[in-house]
Design a protein around this ligand. Structure first.
Ligand code: NDP
Ligand code: OXD
Length: 312
């Protein structure tokens, strides 16, 4: 019998059990704190931000499924065993949801919506004339499962699209590729709307700081739907205030939820969303986990295992 130990400390978490029971016949689905004893037999964990030290108490765990694409909510635990494979979420629902968010926010930035909303709040009838999509250069930071899917969703709108990643990509129609630190500056210089879709690693932390953001063209804007560690927010606010950057949409933060006292909430050029760019959905996620468990049980390599040496 397959056993899943589930951890999600959020209201509404009970919707997950029926989705998993439908995807895995005969499943024993245990919601924390009802995880049973380690000697109950082998189990898989499916979790978001579990309590520190919890997973180490269960030596019977065969694999950990991250409820999200990111794994920083798991690897922040200093006691997390290093020999259990961690499988990252990459189901269809997550990709589709992110593409919707990225298309929506890129269109908003291109059509000057942050400025229009600021004018509305001041009851100002201020007519602005944005460029057409075909004259706007979108740059996607990270061309993984999500970055690639978002690039394909943006293409039909006519944007000039480039992507930046760690390793080289095969040239393809409609997306220009930049690789590694040596091509980062060239990527930033050609980017009017930057979309952050990078994982949080030591290499991506503070990648956007006063020096790098100043390399972007005047009036460039930033959308961050990857991880909050990407941006030095003090530097970003200084560049928004000086007029070098025109707008930012921030979905992710180093500390979530964002502190009520943060001045970012009130900033006229910033739109804040509460880490909802994409959401893992029970139906598609349960299918994804079920197919990976089947692979493990058949002795095959599951998809999207975290490479601990790269951090994603
Ligand atoms: P992938 O692992 O598929 O892709 C990661 C991409 O980042 C790859 O293209 C990789 O390059 C690139 N990358 C990693 N490190 C570097 C680096 N140092 N320099 C340049 N490029 C780098 O991840 P996903 O696309 O599935 O997800 C990306 C992130 O999005 C997640 O880690 C998560 O943090 C975030 N996320 C946020 C959500 C939200 O709601 N806000 C929802 C889901 C995910 P290469 O191709 O060369 O390996
Ligand atoms: C994430 C997610 O990793 O929501 O942020 O999937």
């Amino acid at each position: 019998m397959t056993r899943i130990l589930f951890y999600l400390d959020e209201p509404g978490a009970e919707i997950w059990q029926p989705a998993f029971e439908a995807a895995i016949p005969g499943l024993d689905f245990r919601t924390y704190p009802d995880w049973g004893n380690p000697d109950d037999g082998p189990a898989y964990v499916f979790a978001w931000e579990p309590e520190l030290g919890l997973i180490a108490k269960y030596p019977n765990i065969k694999a950990i499924f991250s409820l999200g694409a990111g794994v920083d909510h798991l690897t922040r635990d200093p006691d997390l065993p290093t020999d259990i494979p961690i499988i990252r979420m990459s189901d269809d629902g997550l990709k589709e949801g992110m593409a919707e968010f990225v298309v929506m926010t890129v269109l908003m930035h291109q059509r000057y919506m942050p400025r229009m909303l600021a004018s509305q709040r001041k009851k100002k009838w201020r007519r602005l004339f944005p460029p057409l999509a075909r004259d706007v250069r979108v740059g996607i930071l990270g061309y993984g499962a999500l970055g690639e899917y978002c690039a394909q969703a943006l293409k039909p709108l006519g944007y000039q699209i480039a992507a930046w990643s760690r390793t080289g990509k095969t040239p393809e129609n409609g997306v220009e590729h930049y690789t590694g630190s040596s091509e980062f500056q060239a990527f930033l210089k050609r980017t009017d709307i930057l979309v952050g879709l990078l994982p949080s690693t030591p290499e991506t932390t503070n990648l956007l700081n006063k020096t790098t953001m100043a390399m972007m063209p005047k009036y460039a804007s930033i959308i961050n739907a990857g991880r909050g560690t990407l941006i030095n927010l003090d530097d970003m606010v200084a560049l928004l205030d000086s007029g070098h950057l025109s707008a930012a949409t921030l979905d992710v933060f180093v500390e979530e939820p964002l502190d009520k006292d943060s001045p970012l909430w009130q900033h006229d050029k910033i739109i804040i969303t509460p880490h909802i760019a994409s959401i893992t959905r029970p139906d598609t996620a349960a299918q994804y986990v079920a197919s990976n468990i089947k692979r493990i049980e058949e002795g095959l390599q599951p998809a999207n295992v975290l490479d601990r040496s790269k951090g994603y």
